[in-house]
Write a new protein. Sequence first.
Length: 180
Amino acid sequence: MRIDTLLGGLLIAIAALVAAPARAEAPSIQAPNVVVISPAIVTSGQPTAGSLAGLAAQGFKAVIYLAPPTVPDAVADEGEIVRRQGLEFINIPIQFGQPTDADFEQFAEAMSRLQGQKVLVHCQVNMRASTMTFLYRVIKAHEAPEQAYQSVARVWSPEGPWKRLLVSQLQKAGIAFEPY
């Protein structure tokens, strides 16, 4: 066997071993549009009941659900599934067609209180969750809007009432950024 072939195989094996821990730390959540924001914040669409039941084992401490519990794809006993694991469950039932300043204020308060803990923020498809998390990251955590918005853009481009809420909240905070 040639030495360059042997070294090539060895380098591939080492690369696989180095990459393995990174893959193992990614959350295992079956849901639409899962976006890992940081080690402490993950956003997604509606997780399956099985995924919700495994959150504590992945180090999550809280779930913030941003859709009304009556939406068609809601997990009926989500709060109970989450609480049984010792996690905090918060439901802020944002009407998709009418997000309000009060919705953002309630979300920001919850996120501030949970700061430093691993949190899953979800809704139905990660539109509410990605947008509210972006606003929190930029307005309260003082992250660069250009960087934080990439997590929203992976899921959608807010329009209508969501774009108005984004622009309004950013203006109130004195942040110059135009969502695309």
